[in-house]
Design a protein around this ligand. Structure first.
Ligand SMILES: *Cc1c(COP(=O)(O)O)cnc(C)c1O
Length: 361
């Protein structure tokens, strides 16, 4: 067992079993006598990874037949561009729900290509961040799509419900949310996620897209930014990040072996609630300012009374192997990212440390 627990928001902790397996087969993958890194992406050997990863994801998320699964180079930020480039029709109107740093960045990027209507924003009510109910949103019934971010990784704000957008396709940036709990894929037009938070290594993203949304992109769209080209070429138009793809597949396999999404969801909820309970019982020693209905299971964000005390908390935590707990540079404080690959033991040790630290100061 590794001695440290990595609470980083991303790139983030990977399952120890996955790292050990990658280590074991580094020099000789599957009897080929070469590393997976050295294998051609169009060869029959790499093809097994292409096919197995899609099958694994389809099984884990119960992805219906009328959805394509694309594996695309780069991160979620690439998708901030690809979504508008591929979904804007001639009228170029989209609705964005702004609940934090990432959804705002997505909206800002879409503005380069068309109209953006901010249909709802996070609000502060009695000192707590919350999202207005959908009845108060100003959704455009003729929008080309509605974009939202089910889990805001920086602020720790997570939807416990899925917006209902009728005929307008719903697009979700699930980078820090995917595979953390079951979702009904049918409710979405596009789901996208960078791999390096909850399912692998940086360099690759997954896009789950409903068939009818694969169409000609805006004229002038660079070839690698076209979902249509990507789909036609089965995600192999050019050389993909093969090693990231391989690690992603190992993580998906590991999830299947460990009970699948439902099992992880139960665990994720229990673990997050354990930390929120400690925060709430601390009488203001630890402070989380997200409404209980929107508290994130994946990124538990909290503050201590002063920056000095926060620093002391981070320093002492680090000394006992609880690492990378520092909050995002934009919001400060502490952020504990509890992705699927975080062992229970890490969360238990953090919980113990939080209680003990609060008693001492
Ligand atoms: C990390 C993150 C991103 C950015 O991902 P990159 O891989 O750096 O492009 C976008 N959206 C969300 C929700 C994230 O957590």
């Amino acid at each position: 067992m590794r001695k440290n627990f990595n609470f980083s928001a991303g790139p983030a902790v990977l399952p120890e079993e996955v790292l050990l397996q990658a280590q074991k087969e580094m020099l000789d993958w599957n009897g080929t006598g070469v590393s997976i890194m050295e294998l051609g992406h169009r060869g029959s050997e790499f093809k097994t990874i292409v096919e197995e990863s899609e099958a694994n994801l389809r099984e884990l998320m119960n992805i219906p037949k009328n959805y394509r699964v694309l594996f695309i180079s780069g991160g979620a930020t690439h998708q901030f561009s690809m979504v508008p480039l591929n979904l804007y029709s001639a009228k170029k109107e989209a609705d964005y729900i702004e609940t934090g740093v990432w959804s705002k960045k997505a909206a800002a990027e879409a503005k380069h290509f068309g109209e953006v209507n901010v249909a709802a924003e996070v609000i502060k009510e009695n000192g707590l961040f919350t999202v207005p109910p959908q009845s108060k949103w100003s959704l455009n019934p003729n929008a080309d799509y509605v974009h939202y971010t089910p889990n805001e990784t920086v602020e720790g704000i997570e939807f416990q419900w899925v917006p209902q957008t009728g005929k307008v396709p719903l697009v979700a940036d699930m980078t820090s949310f995917i595979l953390s709990r079951p979702v009904d894929v049918n409710q979405f037009g596009i789901i996208y996620a960078g791999a390096q938070k909850n399912m692998g290594q940086a360099g690759i993203s997954v896009v789950i897209i409903r068939d009818d949304l694969i169409k000609d992109p805006i004229p002038g769209t660079p070839i690698l930014y076209s979902y249509q080209i990507t789909a036609e070429h089965h995600s192999l138009y050019n050389t993909p990040p093969t090693y990231s793809w391989y690690i992603l597949n190992l993580v998906l396999r590991w999830m299947k072996q460990n009970g699948g999404v439902k099992k992880f969801a139960e665990r994720n909820e229990r673990r997050a609630m354990k930390l929120y309970q400690i925060i709430d019982k601390s009488k203001g020693f630890y402070l989380n300012t997200v409404h209980p209905d929107y508290r994130s299971w994946m990124n538990v964000v909290f503050n201590l009374e002063t920056p000095e005390l926060t620093q002391l908390f981070l320093d002492e935590a680090k000394k006992i192997g609880l690492k990378y707990l520092k909050g995002h540079r934009l919001v400060g404080g502490v952020r504990a990212s509890l992705y699927n690959a975080m062992p229970d033991e890490g969360v238990n040790q953090l919980a113990e440390f939080m209680e003990e630290f609060a008693k001492r100061y």
